[in-house]
Design a protein around this ligand. Structure first.
Ligand SMILES: Cc1cc2nc3c(=O)[nH]c(=O)nc-3n(C[C@H](O)[C@H](O)[C@H](O)COP(=O)(O)OP(=O)(O)OC[C@H]3O[C@@H](n4cnc5c(N)ncnc54)[C@H](O)[C@@H]3O)c2cc1C
Length: 461
């Protein structure tokens, strides 16, 4: 269909002012936080479930692809319109529909920023636990699409543990409801299936979330190391001791340099690695637990362990961690974020191998990651204008994921597969495994309307 006709017909559903199609718009919606680019045919901004359903019915009738988009901060090409079509952007569907303190639930629209809900919940002394470092701008639709993680997911679990139900638009435009406010819906766990489906099975238009009372007390520790290996060993030692902190994050030397140059979080520039460890829960017993963690850190050669003395100091340390990706962007024009997971006992060995990959390809690698989950984020720095360097970055990224898979881990902890890691799916899945997943895709979306060209590599079926 001609773009002009598309725009006219979509304007009939959502109003002319909510359809974008200028060359600038197509360029702006043609990239996300990954390295990939492809332009859509147009962009539409619905204001209600009915409008989303109308758009999808229209797309289904006309065989036009649809890509759902929150803020486009995903790191795997999840919102790139790989085969053109219409991008549905949820910026107008960004309301908190309900905060139900008695039942510890919230109902939100997909375009709401993650932190915006948290700010409202704080007034009630409540919290939504998953905390992607991008939470200031990431949306609940995107968190749903990627099954996002974050520092607190070590103790509390990732997004799928906090989304209890959804209103969902199928590929023919029909609207269904999965899960609900009550736990343990009978029948298939469709909510569990849809969370993390990267916009390939349909579109969430409402989400029912688990919210929790804010922990009574918090204590934040910074452990400083002369080797990455010792920091890695400490992570396993803490968990093996039976302690599950709320967060257990690691930053390496290059990350510390970048953070200190821009954010001044208070990380020592001469350290090879730091661990940011946070305890939360009841005040009673917390000091004892913190002392025990400090003892474990020292036993594993931490050269210093200190506790944040004030809330301001704590916030400063977290600003350093949460701003680390942005800070690293100052070092080189581009970076590729790898996202592999390994059993945490393998962290020291895998980190050493990751740094060897950097040396092999002559690429600088910074590490900042959810160490407690064994979820690595090697950031490979480069300049995309240098084609040879770009080629090496892709090879190095793939090699790092292979190392994770060989160590008994997997190729994504939280950033999804998108267009970025399709061929790496073979590192962890057989063609039969992939075929089973594709059957699910076909059951939900037989015409491949939703986000085509994602997740699945070509296989013979
Ligand atoms: C600096 C930085 C830090 C980050 N830190 C973390 C982190 O700590 N943890 C983490 O997990 N991720 C992190 N990310 C990745 C990213 O922010 C998350 O994946 C986030 O959840 C994406 O939200 P978004 O609104 O940008 O979604 P988008 O990028 O717009 O979309 C993500 C996926 O969800 C799908 N989608 C969007 N809306 C819907 C909907 N309504 N229904 C169905 N599918 C939908 C899209 O099609 C796409 O496949 C980080 C990214 C950056 C740039």
């Amino acid at each position: 269909m001609e773009r002009k006709q598309m725009v006219e017909e979509l304007s009939g559903i959502v109003g002319k002012e909510n359809v974008l199609s200028s060359e600038t718009d197509l360029m702006l919606y043609g990239y996300d936080a990954s390295l990939f680019k492809a332009k859509p045919d147009c962009i539409v901004l619905p204001g209600s479930t009915e409008e989303v359903s109308g758009i999808v019915k229209w797309a289904h009738q006309n065989g036009i692809h649809i890509v759902a988009r929150g803020s486009g901060t995903n790191l795997s090409g999840g919102t790139i319109p790989a085969r053109g079509g219409v991008v549905i952007h949820f910026s107008r569907m960004n309301r908190i529909l309900e905060i139900d303190i008695e039942n510890q639930r919230a109902v939100v629209e997909p375009g709401l920023f993650t932190l915006a809900l948290k700010n409202q919940l704080a007034r009630y002394g409540y919290v939504y636990q998953p905390d992607p470092a991008s939470e200031r701008v990431s949306t609940f639709g995107g968190n749903f699409g990627e099954n996002s993680g974050g520092p607190h997911c070590l103790k509390y679990g990732v997004t799928t543990n906090h989304i209890l139900g959804a209103e969902f638009v199928l590929s023919n435009g029909e609207v269904i409801r999965v899960g609900g406010k009550a736990p343990d819906s009978p029948g298939y766990d469709l909510t569990g299936l849809l969370v993390g489906s990267e916009g390939t099975l349909g579109i969430a238009t409402k989400l029912i979330l688990r919210i929790m009372p804010k922990p009574e007390a918090v204590k934040t520790l910074l452990a400083i190391y002369n080797t990455l290996e010792d920091a890695g060993k400490t992570v396993s030692a803490i968990i093996a001791d039976g302690i599950v902190p709320a967060t257990l994050e690691m930053l390496d030397k290059l990350t510390i340099k970048a953070v200190e140059e821009s954010i001044h979080a208070g990380f020592p520039l001469d350290a090879e690695a730091v661990l940011l460890i946070e305890l939360d829960g009841l005040r009673d017993g917390m000091e004892r637990l913190a002392d025990r963690i400090m003892e474990i850190c020292r036993k594993n050669q931490a050269r210093e362990v200190k506790a944040a003395k004030t809330e301001a100091e704590r916030m400063q340390l977290w600003a350093g961690r949460k701003g680390a990706f942005g800070a690293i962007a100052r070092l080189r024009p581009n970076y590729l974020v790898c996202d592999g997971t390994v059993p945490r006992t393998k962290l020291p060995e895998v980190l050493t191998r990751v740094m060897e990959v950097g040396k092999k390809y002559d690429l600088a690698i910074a590490n900042v990651f959810h160490a407690g989950d064994g979820n690595l984020h090697p950031l490979i720095l480069f300049d995309e204008r240098n084609e040879e360097e770009l080629r090496k970055v892709h090879l190095a990224g793939s090699e790092i994921l292979k190392i994770c898979a060989e160590a008994g881990g997997t190729i994504s902890g939280e950033h999804g597969i998108g267009t970025e890691k399709m061929k790496e799916m073979f590192f962890v899945f057989t063609p039969q495994d992939i075929s089973a997943m594709k059957k699910v895709k076909r059951a939900f979306d037989p015409e491949d309307i939703y986000n085509p060209g994602k997740i699945f590599p070509e296989i013979q079926e």
